[in-house]
Design a protein. Structure first.
Length: 240
């Protein structure tokens, strides 16, 4: 889970030096881990809609479905290293029902892209490389869906890139990320409904230790609990 309590505990548990990786080129988007936010242009889907960082209309067999990267316990990150971009964390979902948007729980997002090229202004692009990920309900029914990339099609009907990070997208002065995605169907096919895509702002760079992997942190907490148990057992033996 990407609950704030877990993230806060990870800051205290995980310490040490953070390795700084060199960027792909001198002008490239700098490698590291960044906090992501909903894009300002994500409110255009209808009056009263929360700004979103991911939209997955039809994923739950309903209407428009958005995932806020800022509401409630949402904490979503982008990590760029080893020529890959990973988007991961927890986002609050909102589905349009009866003309208004209602909260439909928190979901964990985990999507990885391989960067194909570095463009102008330090932009990053995924052209032909496949991408994969999952989106999983934190509580509730525990629903989970596999995701894949979907290449964009220009006005001439030609498939172009599937994901990009650049400045100036939809009037956002800083870096933004966007790209189409598809959901896996029960028969194994992938399909993109009317609107299913990432659209987020890249925020501040954050230390890696402040956003630990859930499994790693839980393992550390387990080791700590084991150590406490061993110490308690020793005290009992000494007092017997």
């Amino acid at each position: 889970m990407f609950k704030k309590s877990i993230l806060a505990a990870g800051t205290a548990v995980m310490t040490g030096a953070i390795a700084i990786l060199a960027p792909l080129s001198a002008e490239a988007f700098e490698m590291g881990r960044y906090r992501l936010h909903s894009h300002n242009d994500g409110v255009l889907i209808g009056e009263g809609s929360p700004a979103y960082g991911l939209r997955m209309d039809g994923m739950l067999d309903g209407g428009p479905l958005t995932f806020s990267f800022d509401r409630g316990d949402s904490e979503v990150y982008l990590e760029y290293k080893d020529n890959e971009v990973r988007i991961f964390g927890q986002a609050a979902a909102f589905e349009k029902k009866n003309g208004s948007y209602e909260g439909v729980g928190d979901w964990n997002i985990d999507m990885t892209y391989k960067i194909d090229r570095v463009g102008d202004n330090g932009s990053l692009w995924v052209d032909d490389s496949p991408a994969s990920g999952t989106i999983t309900e934190v509580d509730g029914l525990g629903r989970s869906f596999n995701l894949a990339e979907k290449r964009k099609v220009n006005d001439a009907g030609v498939e172009t890139y599937s994901f990009g990070i650049n400045t100036g997208h939809r009037d956002e002065s800083g870096y933004s990320g966007w790209g189409w995605v598809m959901k896996e169907l029960p028969n194994g096919d992938y399909v993109r409904d009317e609107t299913q895509d990432f659209l987020f702002k890249v925020g501040d760079k954050v230390p890696t230790a402040s956003t630990p992997e859930p499994g790693t942190l839980l393992g550390l907490l387990g080791v700590g609990a084991l150590g406490l148990g061993t110490a308690a057992k020793r005290r009992q033996e000494q007092n017997s």
